[in-house]
Structure formats: structure tokens, C-alpha cells
Design a protein around this ligand. Structure first.
Ligand code: ZN
Ligand code: ZN
Length: 163
């Protein structure tokens, strides 16, 4: 996705520049990812006024989340919005300075997308996970290892807590 703006255009704009951008973006966090195949749509409203970068950012995207227990993949449609105000006359978290030729809004876009990713994603509260012995998905299958696992597994006490 094209996320770069010319600093000078943002400085001399009379009103915020509004553009929609569509493209690919590969992001990973824990068991979550946006694949480079899927399309991210973003609406951007951006200007620099009195040395302050003002950015309205809206994004729609598809997260593929893998359950931390049963490893099932699920595709989740998400949207995220945030208004950023960054003072460019002092040091800022985004390390943007007024004298640079271009401003890349990718860090802002990544931030609002990562906000929607759950690092400890579980498909359902009481996901039974995989059998430690045969690897079968216990949400949709049964095997005869269950009792044995409950007694021997070091995680048996954890599985009783609803984490
Ligand atoms: Zn699961
Ligand atoms: Zn089993």
C-alpha cells in the first residue's frame, strides 16, 4: 500500500488532504496475521497545521487468527479508527521531523491494526484444544486419551480455569 506523503504538500494544504488507499500490508502479531494476499482499505485525512501533524485514519482489514489452543484458523473482519495529533516541533514517538522530504503513515496504520489483534486469541472461552497424545482437535472429536491427559498433563490444573 502506498502510505507516503510529501511533507511540503501537507504543510501548504489549505484543508486536510483526503484520500482512500487500498493495498496489501503484511502484519503479524502472535497468532494473528494479515496475509499479503488480503486487501486493506484505509481512509486518510491528513494535514500539517502550526507544525502539528493531524491525521484521521480509518482502516478495514481481515485478520487471520489462529487459536492458541486448538490451532484452528478463523478469518475476522475488523475495522479501526484513530485520530492522531503529533507535534513535529519536538521529539515524537514516530520520529517524524518537519525537515524530512516525506512522511510515511505506515507506523500509524500498523498501530491501529495491531490494536485490534489479540495476542492471546482463543477461538472460544472453553476451547478444549488438542489432545496432547494424538493431536486430535477435541472440540469436534473425541479420543480415549482424555482421562489419562487430565491426570498426567502439567497443564491439567490450568485447563480447569477458564482462561
Ligand atoms: Zn480453539
Ligand atoms: Zn488423543
Amino acid at each position: 500500500m502506498q502510505t507516503v506523503f510529501k511533507t511540503i504538500e501537507l504543510l501548504y494544504a489549505k484543508k486536510p488532504i483526503e484520500v482512500d488507499r487500498i493495498g496489501n500490508l503484511e502484519i503479524k502479531l502472535g497468532n494473528n496475521q494479515i496475509s499479503n494476499q488480503s486487501v486493506v482499505k484505509s481512509s486518510i485525512k491528513i494535514i500539517i497545521e502550526d507544525e502539528i501533524l493531524k491525521l484521521n485514519l480509518d482502516a478495514k482489514f481481515e485478520i487471520i487468527a489462529t487459536c492458541g489452543r486448538c490451532l484452528e484458523e478463523k478469518t475476522i473482519n475488523e475495522s479501526s479508527y484513530k485520530y492522531f495529533k503529533v507535534n513535529l516541533s519536538s521529539e515524537n514517538d514516530y520520529e517524524i521531523i518537519l525537515s524530512q522530504e516525506n512522511i510515511d503513515i505506515l507506523p500509524f496504520l500498523s498501530e491501529i491494526i495491531l490494536d485490534k489483534m489479540d495476542e492471546n486469541y482463543i477461538c472460544q472461552k472453553n476451547c478444549k484444544g488438542l489432545c496432547a497424545t494424538c493431536g486430535i482437535n477435541l472440540n469436534s472429536n473425541n479420543c480415549n486419551h482424555l482421562e489419562k491427559n487430565l491426570k498426567e498433563s502439567p497443564f491439567s490444573s490450568l485447563s480447569k480455569l477458564d482462561l
